[in-house]
Design a protein around this ligand. Structure first.
Ligand SMILES: Cc1cc2nc3c(=O)[nH]c(=O)nc-3n(C[C@H](O)[C@H](O)[C@H](O)COP(=O)(O)OP(=O)(O)OC[C@H]3O[C@@H](n4cnc5c(N)ncnc54)[C@H](O)[C@@H]3O)c2cc1C
Length: 238
């Protein structure tokens, strides 16, 4: 899929067609367009509400091209998330610009791929996974390492588990930082480091998404393994 640069700086009208509570502070917003909206999984859009503009990764992919999903965490006293969480209802109009960004998979890659994220940083990977699942073309080895606090915060847990069960080359590693459970506990870092130590991948690609502390630490760890800067792709939320 080619990255579409046509019209990406033009605002278009769209509508909030559904709002779903996913966790205590995270919601899924379905945005409906009046025309088809093309994007490559992994890209983001900008939304404008009451003159406040913010970026959000697209968190879905479907053959139905006139809608997409966003997963958004409420930031305390955050300008746009306060409007979205306190003052927005289904049916409201919003303006959208994009798609933007190059946080996308290379086509037909033979490289081992690591997706490393925390919280709503899962969004672009959810879109990429939805797409891979539709076209049934997974990379050689794909690892999704997703960090969050407790079991209740595991976004799209069942959906992703289901994909993992049907794809031998896809490994889903959810990690909880504030709860002991049957899966991994602690932080994401020890999980990808363990895989790198075991597998010693020759030419992997690392995709890091979320808030800047996790990203800087992961980037440094990967560089310390001796991998090149060009093997790391970043989507930094703030
Ligand atoms: C390319 C891109 C894609 C993004 N995609 C998503 C997404 O899919 N989902 C999503 O929830 N957010 C995403 N963000 C973040 C989003 O754009 C906003 O920054 C966020 O929603 C806060 O906006 P606000 O207006 O409510 O807060 P603001 O009023 O802009 O921010 C308040 C302050 O809080 C800080 N801050 C923002 N978020 C956090 C946080 N989670 N924890 C601690 N401090 C924080 C900011 O740096 C700022 O100093 C993305 C950002 C970028 C650049």
């Amino acid at each position: 899929m080619n990255i579409n640069t046509k019209n990406r700086n033009k605002w278009v009208d769209a509508q909030i067609s559904s709002i779903e509570i996913l966790t205590k502070n995270t919601r899924k917003f379905i945005i409906k367009f009046f025309n088809n909206f093309d994007f490559v999984p992994g890209q983001f859009i900008q939304i404008k509400l009451k003159d406040v503009i913010r970026s959000y990764s697209i968190a879905s992919y479907s053959i139905d091209k006139n809608k997409l999903e966003l997963i958004i965490v409420k930031v305390e006293d955050g300008q746009l998330t306060s409007i979205l969480f306190n003052d927005t209802a289904v049916g409201d109009k919003i303006q959208v610009r994009g798609p933007k960004g190059k946080f996308v998979l290379p086509e037909d890659t033979q490289r081992d791929i690591f997706f490393i994220c925390t919280g709503t940083g899962l969004a672009p990977f959810k879109s990429i996974l939805d797409h891979l699942n539709i076209v049934q073309k997974f990379p050689r080895n794909l690892f999704l390492i997703f960090g969050t606090r407790t079991k209740k915060d595991l976004l799209f847990y069942e959906e992703i588990l289901k994909i993992e069960q049907s794809q031998p080359h896809f490994n889903y590693i959810p990690v909880l930082s504030r709860q002991k459970w049957e899966g991994s506990s602690g932080y994401v870092h020890k999980e990808y480091m363990k895989i790198i130590n075991n597998l010693k991948p020759k030419d992997p690609l690392f995709y890091l998404c979320g808030w800047k502390n996790m990203i800087s630490e992961a980037k440094q760890n990967i560089l310390d393994f001796g991998y090149d800067r060009k093997s790391i792709k970043l989507e930094v939320y703030g």
